[in-house]
Design a protein around this ligand. Sequence first.
Ligand code: FAD
Length: 525
Amino acid sequence: MTTNLGLSIIITLITLFISLTPTLTKSEEGIDVFLPITLNLTVLTDPFSISAASHDFGNITDESPGAVLCPSSPTEVARLLGFANGGFSYNGVSTIPEPTFKVAARGQGHSLRGQASAPGGIVVNMTCLAMAAKPAAVVVSADGTYADVAAGTMWVDVLKAAVERGVSPVTWTDYLYLSVGGTLSNAGIGGQTFRHGPQISNVHELDVITGKGKMMTCSPKLNPELFYGVLGGLGQFGIITRARIALGHAPTRVKWSRILYSDFSAFKRDQERLISMTNDLGVDFLEGQLMMSNGIVDTSFFPLSDQTRVASLVNDHRIIYVLEVAKYYDSTTLPIIGQVMDMLSRTLGFAPGFMFIQDVPYFDFLNRVRNEEEKLRSLGLWEVPHPWLNIFVPESRIQDFHDGVINGLLLNQTATAGVTLFYPTNRNKWNDRMSTMSPDEDVFYVIGLLQSAGGSQNWQELENLNDKIIQFCENSGIKIKEYLMHYIRKEDWVKHFGPKWDDFLRRKIMFDPKRLLSPGQDIFN
Ligand code: FAD
């Protein structure tokens, strides 16, 4: 718990300045909020608001802000950041001492290690901005090619608004109750990434309030340094208030398939072949999971009559590789569906008799993790510590990773709790000017060890396992990149960004020179 006397003084000052008249001046880069304005902000300091902003999905950290801002317009956020910059003056005379508090945007707080926290500072609740957005949080363009979205909006709400118009974003995270600003600050990856790239590759334009309190619109052509910096930028350069998201046609239904393999080489070969097929005859979604006999074998996807033989397959082989693919369709594309399903059943090298298909509405398919959440919540297993490890492994070393980490470390654990994701993706739709890091190979694997603590295991034990995995990769020369990572040592950040570190630092100096933004990432503290 952090207390901050400076902050309470600042809050008092915020109240004092209510009587000043607002004046915004236009500068070259945007609207300058440094000159005489009233702050006229209401910040929340009640225990409930503070507590809610202190925790996240990871359930490992507890970092109290001094206050929470629930803004009703982007200009309120700009005023706050202008004020936090210490540039508050009246008639050219500095009226208050330079404040020293930090500011973090918080979307849905689904970070794992306090990345959206602002210890002793101010957390900006982005949901408030989405709720106050005019005319609506999601506005689909007349031609249906893009949507302007308030960044605090959850992806599930973007989906709902878009499908009403017969359109949809093209690339998704597995879970939709994440904010647009939150996933764009990381990358936003999932089973459509091999075709369309991550979510950050499907944004046309952003409105951002920089760490200096300037409201700027950016795109590949307009203020590109800010645009590329913010995408995957871990909240370091500005607070995104609006994103223009690319849309495509929304199908109505999905053939959703889980296909079981006992042989890793066949699983790997088929996954990689399918992600190379990006024409109409390929699948629209591809992921993969591991089912291990030392974990909870969830057979609920499969027909009741097949669940016992699936469980036996896992017990017999100790590990089963689950290829998960989906093909979208509607009345216009119905003929292709038969061809694609036929291609899958004829050409893939899965365990004979272990291909299962469900036919579901598009919305239900994209929203599939919501059911898992509800199940886990009802068992009291959602709000537990989540020491997750997400890494990208270059394809050239995935066999070594599999042998050392999956066969070596994970299968030898007494028990595992949680899902292990294991699937390849193409790198050709990732843009190196953006801040997110990925391995330097055309194909890399997304590995998600999504473990939950609870029961007999505590999170430190699972964290030790994560450390061993990282150490194994280090010792074996496997050049992984962590995703959703949290480092506390500067050298780890410098190593993570590698050749991009100088650009990252330069952009920080350019857009947030006082290092106010997203302190919970621990990059510049
Ligand atoms: P928060 O936790 O609120 O914030 C994350 C970071 O972004 C913080 O540093 C915050 O300050 C900053 N930030 C938030 N909003 C803004 C903004 N508007 N402008 C600038 N900075 C901002 N990720 C994937 O890529 N693919 C997945 O399939 C996936 N599945 C997930 C499933 C679950 C159940 C969970 C818990 C997470 C999953 N994630 C996945 C990770 C998720 O994308 C990130 O944790 C993301 O940051 C969550 O969004 P949020 O709104 O909760 O962000």
